[in-house]
Design a protein around this ligand. Structure first.
Ligand code: PAF
Length: 262
């Protein structure tokens, strides 16, 4: 039987090795994180907490899908040993000491979603404090988030090993996301353009593909240096294409390693 924890009080007794931080609405992408977590430690804890600090508006926060009962079953079936579903007062008792994401936190996702990454880093640090895992796992789909979490762990010397896991896609290449439930079948089809664009090796080629889909409104497209998150140049070894945009108000993001030009 999976253990359900509403506070951090008795967590230490269970000695969880790996934390899988989530905001619930679990899908196959989260299941894959839990399974990879299980390969990296004996006991896996899934946290489910919709973090108000990382939403720009009350509306976006209110619209975020919630399905706790189903999530607990999904976590259990994927092999999790515990679920940590704290209230806001457990995560943020009193004054919150905010973690600042710095300049990289203001680029790309951060430009469209001001203070988003401060909220993400603040909650991730709190979740680490509350659950004391040896490791924590994050998906590559939120590549800038993953980059900034690794940076925070290094800079603050947090005793948590960060594991990254590849993006899970549907049969047509669409990256799985809790927000995909807001897309109808036609919109999902339109969203496939992102995956098609990511197969290319230059910005021009990617832009060309994206412009064939009138339902997709581009926010940003860039090829970055995955080691610094700055714009890639000719000398960059480890290039990553990052894309974000909207299909009818639904924000979609994705990224992929860029293949060398043939
Ligand atoms: O990626 C997410 O689901 C969230 O940003 C995270 C890491 C659980 C923090 O709230």
């Amino acid at each position: 039987m999976i253990e359900i924890h509403y506070s951090d009080q008795d967590l230490w007794r269970h000695k969880y090795d790996v934390l899988v931080p989530t905001m619930g609405a679990l899908h196959a992408g989260h299941e894959s994180l839990i399974k990879i977590a299980k390969l990296n430690g004996k006991k896996v804890l899934v946290s489910i907490f919709v973090n108000p600090l990382q939403f720009e508006s009350k509306e976006d926060l209110g619209n975020y899908p919630k399905s706790l009962e189903r999530d607990i079953k999904t976590a259990e079936n994927a092999g999790a040993d515990g679920v940590f579903t704290p209230s806001e007062s457990v995560v943020y008792p009193g004054v919150v000491s905010e973690v600042l994401a710095g300049e990289i936190g203001d680029l790309y996702e951060g430009k469209s979603r001001p203070k988003h990454f401060n909220g993400v880093l603040t909650v991730v640090k709190r979740l680490f404090e509350l659950t004391s895992p040896n490791s924590a796992i994050f998906g590559e789909k939120d590549y800038q988030q993953l980059f900034l979490i690794r940076k925070m762990v290094k800079e603050l010397n947090l005793p948590v090993n960060i594991i990254s896991a590849p993006t899970v896609r549907d049969a047509n290449g669409l990256a799985l996301s809790s927000r995909n439930i807001f897309l109808d079948d036609n919109q999902k089809k339109s969203a496939q353009v992102i995956y098609r664009a990511l197969q290319k090796s230059t910005i021009d080629e990617m832009n060309k593909i994206l412009s064939t889909e009138p339902n997709f409104k581009l926010d940003y497209l860039e090829i970055i240096d995955a080691d610094t998150f700055l714009k890639a140049d000719k000398t960059t070894q480890n290039k990553r294409a990052i894309i974000a945009g909207w299909i009818n108000q639904v924000r979609l993001i994705d990224n992929m390693a860029v293949r060398a030009q043939s």
